[in-house]
Design a protein around this ligand. Structure first.
Ligand SMILES: [Zn+2]
Length: 564
């Protein structure tokens, strides 16, 4: 766990209510003793997402995601552990203990300070670079837009940035990926002689940089910051904070380059974002669907563009709900949004968007590509190919419609089965008694007090027995601990995903039924352990003999056994 003390986490999770935290972001309905709603982490039309107030824990029966309020915020808001705790603490009016918290927080504060400072330096340097200013003018980028995007210029020097940072700031500078080291240990600026595009997170903080080459022979043409503690490519989209701020549109445009976003913004199309040198990820799509209901992907009309579009479509299929819309805009060959909007203006671009291809059309095009649908062979091929794609779609009207269309073209009705997709299968929880015991102890940590000292679980060679020890120890130190806080102790443990699934083994029982179940399992485990102990003592008796204490123990065990 991070450097925040466990006791603080426990108190925090005791003070806040997960139903409030989740309820502020997901529509929840009371369902029995729990709440339920549509899972924000996977596409679904019928709720399989539940929130238990008693356990202070959420769980999705569809995708298997689960956790405490902290885990929920991390997943939903894309926060790291410390930031999620901080947000919750604020909600509860508590202060995160600074002594413990300081280290990690200071590290990040230092990194943000370095990226912000670098962005300011680059921005100042832009004014002194006639070459870059000329380039921006050619692209019709105004001073105002340059300012909005904090465009800048990296000097053509090995230490242009390094020498502007003090000795005490060099380490942070390196950790932001702005400097790099060669084989001889020499540190130098990563971005040199480049037009700089600061990359912001959704809160508008500078987290990384992109740099475009200035000279024609400069390689590579585009350069991005590496992954750092602040920057995770598959999570971030260039221009997202501005698109959220400046646009009232019902849709977002996903384009391929920074310059596309900037050029569109200049012409008054303020709802564009760009991926950062990676393919569109599922995380990107679900982040965008949290803000907009419609995504228009904008690609070049060439082969590479169509391939990228196909990739994006395949990523999007499992997330494609009936209330969401995805469209694909293919620009004429050789054009990107930047050049297209320059030539055709805002109105020309908006007219093109109106012509964007609905996902259904693009999907059918991809499925029937290179297939002669007039031949019987072709029809069979089409049918086979379509099945693979349709399987990816969540249940709903769209899936049914696509299946019908394929049926009409191929002449074979495609069954839309309602069997769960692989990811919706129930996680394996198994029936071994140790798992049952762990599940009950996690659910109701206070059961630990009823565990007899005599129960010698060590006698059994069950894997994971150390978890029980750990749970007992945690509960001993905090007798009132709730289920969610107990789970937080295992956050960084290899058992964490497995424990999440065990948590719901007894969801169908109320507290008094759980207590009875606990009794049963204890009795059963008692029998198992004494049996194992008898065996061990008998073996020892045969091999090396028993001392008097052991003999007494064996006699007692055998007597107990005959009484059972
Ligand atoms: Zn889910």
């Amino acid at each position: 766990m991070a450097s925040i003390p466990n006791e603080f986490i426990e108190t925090l999770l005791d003070r806040i209510d997960i139903a409030d935290v989740v309820g502020a972001r997901v529509t929840l309905k009371k369902a029995g003793k729990d709440f339920s709603g549509l899972c924000p982490f996977h596409a679904e039309n019928t709720p399989s997402f539940t929130v238990s107030q008693q356990k202070q824990f959420y769980h999705c029966f569809g995708c298997g995601k689960n956790g405490s309020a902290i885990g929920f915020l991390m997943e939903y808001e894309g926060l790291d552990f410390v930031d999620a705790v901080k947000d919750l603490a604020q909600l509860a009016g508590m202060e995160v203990p600074m002594t413990q918290y300081a280290g990690q927080q200071k590290h990040k504060t230092n990194l943000y300070a370095a990226t912000e400072k670098a962005a300011r330096i680059f921005q100042q340097q832009l004014k002194a670079s006639p070459q870059v200013i000329r380039y921006l003018k050619q692209r019709q980028i105004s001073g105002q837009t340059s300012k909005t995007f904090q465009l800048g210029y990296a000097l053509n020097e090995w230490d242009g940035l390094i020498k502007r940072f003090g000795a005490d700031e060099q380490q942070a500078l390196a950790k932001t990926g702005l400097t790099t080291q060669n084989d001889h240990g020499r540190v130098y600026d990563k971005f040199r002689n480049r037009l700089i595009f600061p990359i912001h997170d959704k809160r508008g903080r500078v987290i990384a940089f992109g740099g475009r080459a200035i000279e024609a022979d400069q390689k590579p043409k585009y350069l991005n910051s590496p992954e750092t503690d602040l920057f995770h490519k598959s999570n971030e989209l260039y221009g997202l904070h501005l698109a959220r701020k400046h646009s009232n549109e019902d849709h977002v445009l996903v384009v391929e380059g920074y310059m596309d976003v900037v050029a569109l913004h200049e012409k008054g199309v303020c709802n564009a974002v760009a991926t950062l040198g990676t393919a569109t990820s599922a995380q990107h799509i679900s982040n965008l669907f949290k803000v907009w209901d419609k995504i228009v992907f904008c690609f070049d009309g060439d082969n590479a563009g169509i391939q990228a579009a196909e990739k994006a479509m395949i990523t999007a299929l499992p997330l494609y709900l009936d209330n969401k819309i995805i469209e694909f805009l293919f620009l004429p060959e050789g054009e990107d949004p930047d050049s297209f909007v320059l030539k055709n203006g805002k109105d020309g671009f908006l007219a093109a968007i109106k012509m964007a291809k609905p996902l259904a059309d693009f999907l059918l095009e991809i499925i029937s590509r290179n297939i002669n649908i007039n031949s019987i062979d072709g029809k069979a091929q089409l049918y086979e190919k379509a099945k693979g794609y349709i399987r990816q779609l969540p249940k709903g009207a769209f899936k049914t419609m696509i299946a019908q269309q394929i049926g009409e073209i191929s002449g074979v009705a495609l069954k839309v089965t309602n069997q769960p997709t692989p990811q919706q299968k129930k996680p394996e929880t198994g029936e071994n008694p140790l798992r049952k015991l762990i599940s009950l102890l996690l659910n109701t940590p206070q059961f630990c007090e009823n565990l007899s000292n005599k129960l010698n679980l060590r006698a059994l060679s069950f894997k994971g027995i150390e978890i029980v020890d750990k749970i007992i120890e945690i509960q001993h130190n905090n007798p009132q601990i709730n289920a969610a806080a107990m789970m937080e102790h295992f956050r960084d443990s290899e058992y964490s995903p497995y424990l999440g699934h065990l948590m719901r083994m007894y969801d169908h029982l109320d507290e008094s039924q759980k207590a009875l179940e606990f009794e049963d399992i204890l009795n059963y485990l008692n029998k198992l352990t004494s049996k194992a102990e008898i065996e061990r003592l008998r073996n020892k008796q045969l091999q090396s003999g028993l001392n008097s204490a052991e003999k007494q123990a064996l006699v007692q065990l055998l007597r107990q056994k005959s009484n059972q």
